[in-house]
Design a binder for this molecule. Structure first.
Ligand SMILES: Cc1cc2nc3c(=O)[nH]c(=O)nc-3n(C[C@H](O)[C@H](O)[C@H](O)COP(=O)(O)OP(=O)(O)OC[C@H]3O[C@@H](n4cnc5c(N)ncnc54)[C@H](O)[C@@H]3O)c2cc1C
Length: 255
């Protein structure tokens, strides 16, 4: 909203460390504290009398035409059975695996999920940068961009790498050179010694297409014919920003 095109000198006035020929200023952009957001949702769920079951692995799902029966294993491999009328499969990286465990769900409606790792490097000090800075996006992702954190330290990333192992969240230190090259294109005065590996995330991707042509898949019985089952596939970025909107949409689909 209210996007403005800025010249090189206007950009320099706003962000003296950032180099570019021209830029687009998006005044409505911002950041959220994802952990606090999750805690606040958790509080609201519990306050309204609902339950969240942590450390619980859904291992099998039967469907008798009306009721879903879930077999759930705890940390000690103890099994609990849960019966429900509505089932929302929002298991992120595992959505395809879970869908394949639902009795009666035809495999032709279950997309393959590919995995793409994104690493972050960070500088643990305030460089005075107050805006998110995005270079021109590349084919599969937004490119290595700069995000000021709530304490004004800065993180850079994520990069984009197809992977097979969706349990490996280790940041590869050998990527530092690549990060320096990318960051220096828009932040030439980068002090590379202060750049440290930070963390990594893994995206579930259902179509190996360029970023602007990919979308979330929110699949209902109009596709797979199982009533009251909603499967969410490929909920990659901006899945966090869109989470409340997705939740309202899913609720409306079930009503
Ligand atoms: C590198 C990176 C950067 C990102 N940046 C942004 C961003 O800037 N803005 C933004 O909006 N989004 C961003 N995202 C995307 C955002 O993080 C995701 O879209 C969002 O977390 C997806 O939420 P989800 O609930 O669908 O899946 P998840 O958060 O993955 O949750 C799935 C849940 O299902 C559980 N589960 C899985 N299998 C089972 C099972 N068998 N039994 C029981 N439970 C199970 C898991 O334990 C987990 O709790 C980014 C993602 C990555 C990887």
């Amino acid at each position: 909203r209210n996007i403005k095109k800025l010249t090189k000198s206007q950009t320099l006035q706003l962000e003296p460390l950032i180099r570019c020929e021209e830029s687009l200023l998006v005044p409505s952009s911002g950041i959220v504290d994802a952990v606090s957001f999750m805690r606040s949702l958790e509080g609201q769920i519990l306050d309204s009398g609902n339950m969240i079951s942590y450390q619980s692995l859904v291992s099998k799902i039967n469907f008798d035409g009306k009721i879903f029966t879930l077999r759930v294993l705890d940390n000690n491999n103890q099994e609990t059975t849960i019966k429900c009328r509505n089932l929302i499969n929002s298991t992120g990286l595992y959505a395809t695996d879970i869908a394949n465990k639902i009795e009666g769900l035809k495999k032709e409606f279950v997309p393959k999920t590919f995995f793409a790792k994104g690493n972050y490097f960070s500088i643990n000090k305030d460089l005075g940068i107050r805006h998110l800075v995005y270079p021109i996006p590349n084919e599969f992702s937004l490119g290595i961009h700069l995000t000021p954190e709530l304490d004004y330290s800065v993180k850079f990333g994520p990069d984009f790498e197809w992977i097979e192992d969706r349990e490996n969240y280790k940041v590869d230190i050998n990527k530092k050179k690549l990060f320096i090259n990318e960051i220096m294109k828009f932040l030439p005065d980068l002090d590379s010694d202060s750049l440290n590996p930070s963390y990594a995330g893994i995206r579930p991707i259902v179509e190996k297409k360029e970023k602007s042509k990919r979308d979330f898949i929110i699949q209902t019985d109009s596709i797979h014919s199982i009533p009251n089952l909603i499967n969410l596939y490929g909920i990659e970025s901006p899945g966090l920003t869109s989470s409340l909107a997705i939740a309202l949409h899913v609720r409306d689909l079930l009503e």
